[in-house]
Design a protein around this ligand. Structure first.
Ligand SMILES: NC(=O)c1ccc[n+]([C@@H]2O[C@H](COP(=O)([O-])OP(=O)(O)OC[C@H]3O[C@@H](n4cnc5c(N)ncnc54)[C@H](OP(=O)(O)O)[C@@H]3O)[C@@H](O)[C@H]2O)c1
Length: 326
């Protein structure tokens, strides 16, 4: 039976294009408020129990395909030796991620061995069919792009990816046409462009207008909210899916909240940690399709998934967070 709160949430989500993924989800028994990346021993395994609510999803504008709003990044957190404690922890991270309803994993040939790690994790765990792999092109000549792409497929242990992005707009004149060729050949379902700094927003916006890729990936967080002015309205106008990187400002936001209590209204939006609050801030913007926080720790992965469940933040709550961290 639908209670009043569920009903109101559904109504609110309908207005933002959000739906709920019908998957069992996982989380910690008693979610903690993380104080910093170093506050838990590496390799600690999360005590995961089913989440109370399903992970929200949003459609990719160019196809209508629904994606869970919480994805995973791999920069740093997945750049670990293949036989190591860190790799064993990542096996648990991806189990929590996929069993919790996650799908999008973002990587790049530029993240040292992260593609090898993703490929091994997907193959070992049998997760490839559940994974929406997003990788990148980042090379300075046609020959180098072709060699890099062949390498990416080998390292990811796949014959295609779901999304191929031009990394930081690098060598766009050769990389984007090559990505389109691969899309036409069925080697990637979608193409996109990425940047991660405010100073890249103007060029990113120009290319969005000129090239209309399926996806744009950009930075957005409580302390760097500029994309809500520069990129998001344009993405909505042009029908481009948005992936958000750096939602935690590369982890720096956790130092800023070490002794800070959550806002008094956190319970109302079913948020029990700052990680969930930072992610819920991002997905509360209706232009955002998926946010890709990176972690190598299972308990944090479970915590991050919870940021994509329950009620979204009102505009006033989003503004309050920006004022707090700006
Ligand atoms: N130009 C581009 O295309 C571009 C640029 C930047 C980023 N990206 C993509 O976006 C992804 C995300 O960006 P990012 O990795 O730079 O930064 P981020 O997601 O903002 O922050 C990652 C940091 O937060 C920590 N962390 C994660 N979850 C946590 C939690 N629940 N509690 C406490 N700490 C937590 C991680 O440490 P632990 O691993 O120790 O948990 C890591 O140090 C990247 O991995 C990459 O895939 C793309």
């Amino acid at each position: 039976m639908t209670n009043r709160r569920d009903f109101l949430t559904t109504i609110g989500l309908a207005a933002t294009g959000i739906t709920l993924a019908p998957l069992s989800a996982c989380s910690q028994d008693a979610p903690r408020i993380p104080s910093g990346p170093e506050d838990k021993p590496l390799g600690a395994i999360a005590d995961v129990t089913p989440l109370a609510a399903a992970l929200l999803t949003r459609p990719i504008p160019s196809s209508g395909q629904a994606l869970p709003v919480i994805g995973a990044g791999t920069s740093g957190s997945y750049e670990v030796p293949l036989a190591s404690t860190e790799f064993d922890a990542l096996k648990e991270v991806v189990r929590v991620f996929f069993e919790g309803g996650g799908s999008v994993i973002d990587t790049s040939p530029n993240y040292s061995n992260a593609e090898d790690v993703v490929g091994a994790l997907l193959a070992d765990g049998g997760w490839r069919d559940r994974c929406f792999i997003a990788t990148k092109l980042a090379a300075d000549s046609r020959d180098a792009l072709e060699a890099q792409w062949a390498d990416s497929l080998r390292r990811l242990r796949t014959d295609r990816v779901e999304l191929l992005q031009v990394h930081n707009l690098r060598n766009l004149g050769e990389a984007l046409p090559y990505a389109r060729e691969l899309q036409q050949a069925g080697k990637t379902k979608y193409i996109g462009i990425t940047h991660y700094l405010e100073r890249g927003h103007a060029d990113t916006a120009r290319i969005m207008r000129d090239e209309k890729p399926d996806f744009v990936q950009i930075n957005y967080s409580v302390n760097a909210p500029q994309a809500a002015r520069t990129i998001f309205p344009l993405a909505q106008e042009l029908g481009i899916a948005v992936i958000v990187n750096r939602a935690f400002d590369d982890g720096k936001l956790f130092a800023a909240v070490r002794d800070k209590p959550l806002p008094g209204w956190a319970d109302d939006v079913e948020v029990t940690s700052w990680a969930q609050m930072f992610l819920k801030f991002v997905v509360s913007h209706p232009a955002v399709t998926v946010v890709i926080p990176a972690t190598g720790r299972p308990d944090r992965q479970a915590d991050n998934l919870k940021g994509g469940t329950g009620p979204l933040l009102s505009q006033a709550q989003q503004d309050e967070l920006v004022a707090l961290f700006g």
